[in-house]
Design a protein around this ligand. Sequence first.
Ligand code: PLP
Length: 221
Amino acid sequence: MLSENYKQVRDRIAVAAHNASRNPAAVKLVAVTKNVSIDEVYRAKELGINDFGENRVQDAADKVTRVKEVRWHFIGHLQSNKAKDVLPGYSMIHSLDRLSLARALQRCAEKHDLKARVLIQVNVSEEQSKSGLNPRDLAGFLKELQCFDCIKVCGLMTMAPDVRNVELIRSCFRKLHNLRDQQQQSGYELPELSMGMSNDYPIAVEEGATIVRIGSALFGI
Ligand SMILES: *Cc1c(COP(=O)(O)O)cnc(C)c1O
């Protein structure tokens, strides 16, 4: 049941936040609705969930246009030619990882006279299969993004490796947090850390996540 799952997720976020002496209210839950029906999205909204995530433009189009007064987050790999499909519909794009996409987002944002709010996806675990920027390229990328006046970089995003080794997962989240802190010392403002999914969000919250992206733990699929 969605309402019970939601309560359990919130409880676990609260415990993890408490473990790290953090305020649970500083952790935003994004409900990932890929593979979830629009009725289920409405039910989630009725429970008070206001942030939803999707990873495929096409599959999500219907939900994004019909479910209003919520914030949609684009969390999947984004092709540059689809930038026009995420602006202005999505309020945050979690997966900026290359200059060509930044250019496409800049063009669309300019056209709609808005600022595209983005997170830079970093491939902290450096797995071949994952998209995201190499951590070594982050400083240079942030610098290049400064000339894109319609792009607001709000923080960083990562995905931990899909393994059982808790310490490996934790070190991945910790690395993202450290990368953020380093860049903040260089003067960039990067308040958001989008990390943690159904299998690992309590660890992510302990390591400083401000946004967790949760699908199966809520919707049970
Ligand atoms: C699917 C997805 C999630 C949610 O995954 P669950 O394991 O179902 O919680 C989070 N982030 C991204 C980028 C995803 O594609």
